[in-house]
Design a protein around this ligand. Structure first.
Ligand code: CP
Length: 318
């Protein structure tokens, strides 16, 4: 199957071919953001609702930029200030939006499965912008694109995903995407923050951060999701940094230079030190730049755009 189907709820249901299609479609869209007039007509006439029930900076804003750069009409709905705060259900909210003749919904929600649940109940395309601890597919796609930019390939790379794997939808989507494209994946973090069944996803557990650094070509450093921690998962932030922090001292002992990714937002001085985050091997801001191109690709393909968006790229909007 070469298209993406109706919705993008995760990378688990996608084939390697479909993931490559998104990455390849993102390539020409990178250039649009470098133009003086950052607009192409690809989604002119399409109406998109960004429905964010959880906080977001990078994902929400880059979806908005992607929509505007494709000439779509978009509106933003936050839970606070909408009738969700009066108790309206997710499906009722979406059906009311559909009654206004929308084409797509981008949804971030605290409940795992929310995007799939919605996609099965409305006719519009649904894109998962992060659902609970389940998946964050566009984050993993932009991570894959950034790795491919730097290494020229994904197949055969050794990627260590480090930190709070338990609460991480970014980790799950990365594991699906990386393994489908032929990378070797390891996870590293405290046992209290490691899902019990994680090896069943085809990854290796490396308990010590020093060993993960020695093994990997790149580290994807996860945010410690303190807001999702209901129990004492770690003794203290200081202790976490001492045992699992990605520091320049630890990286200096690695046999080779590693690429450093982080999905953001970062807890500086906790999972990653500032000199690493701001250092020469970090690609944290290029990840954000790639986020716009990847989201343009996803929107374009779900709207029925043909692979290789040559015609859609044809003219700048005036
Ligand atoms: N990486 C990511 O999802 O960041 P935001 O929460 O700011 O969207």
């Amino acid at each position: 199957m070469t298209g993406l189907g109706k919705d993008l709820v995760g990378l688990e249901p996608l084939s390697a071919e479909q993931i490559r299609l998104i990455l390849d479609t993102a390539e020409p869209f990178k250039e649009v953001s470098e133009r003086a007039i950052k607009k192409v007509p690809a989604l002119r006439g399409k109406t998109i609702v960004n429905l964010f029930f959880e906080a977001s900076t990078r994902t929400r804003i880059s979806f908005e930029f992607a929509e505007k750069r494709l000439s779509a009409d978009s509106v933003n709905v936050a839970a606070s200030g909408s009738s969700v705060s009066k108790g309206e259900t997710l499906v009722d909210t979406a059906k009311n939006l559909e009654a206004m003749r929308i084409d797509m919904v981008v949804i971030r929600h605290g409940a795992s499965g929310a995007a799939q649940f919605l996609g099965q109940r409305i006719a519009s395309n649904v894109i998962n912008a992060g659902d609970g601890k389940h998946e964050h597919p566009t984050q993993a796609l932009l991570d894959l694109l950034t790795l491919r930019d730097r290494f020229g390939r994904i197949e055969g790379l050794k990627i260590a995903i480090c930190g709070d794997v338990l609460h991480s939808r970014v980790a799950r989507s990365n594991i699906w995407g990386l393994t489908k494209l032929g990378a070797q994946v390891a996870v590293c973090g405290p046992a209290t923050l490691m899902p019990r069944d994680i090896e069943s996803l085809g990854v290796t557990v490396i308990p010590r951060i020093e060993d993960a650094i020695a093994w990997a070509d790149a580290l994807n450093v996860l945010r410690l999701q303190l807001e999702r921690m209901t129990a004492g998962f770690i003794p203290s932030l200081r202790e976490y940094n001492r045992v699992f922090g990605v520091t320049s001292e630890r990286l200096a002992r690695a046999p080779k230079e590693l690429l450093i990714l982080h999905p953001g937002p970062m807890n500086r001085g906790v999972e990653i030190d500032s000199d690493v985050a701001d250092g020469p091997h970090a690609v944290i801001l290029p990840q954000v730049t790639n986020g716009v191109a990847v989201r343009m690709a996803v929107l374009y393909l779900l709207a029925g755009g043909a692979p290789g968006p040559g015609q859609a790229m044809g003219g700048e909007e005036r």
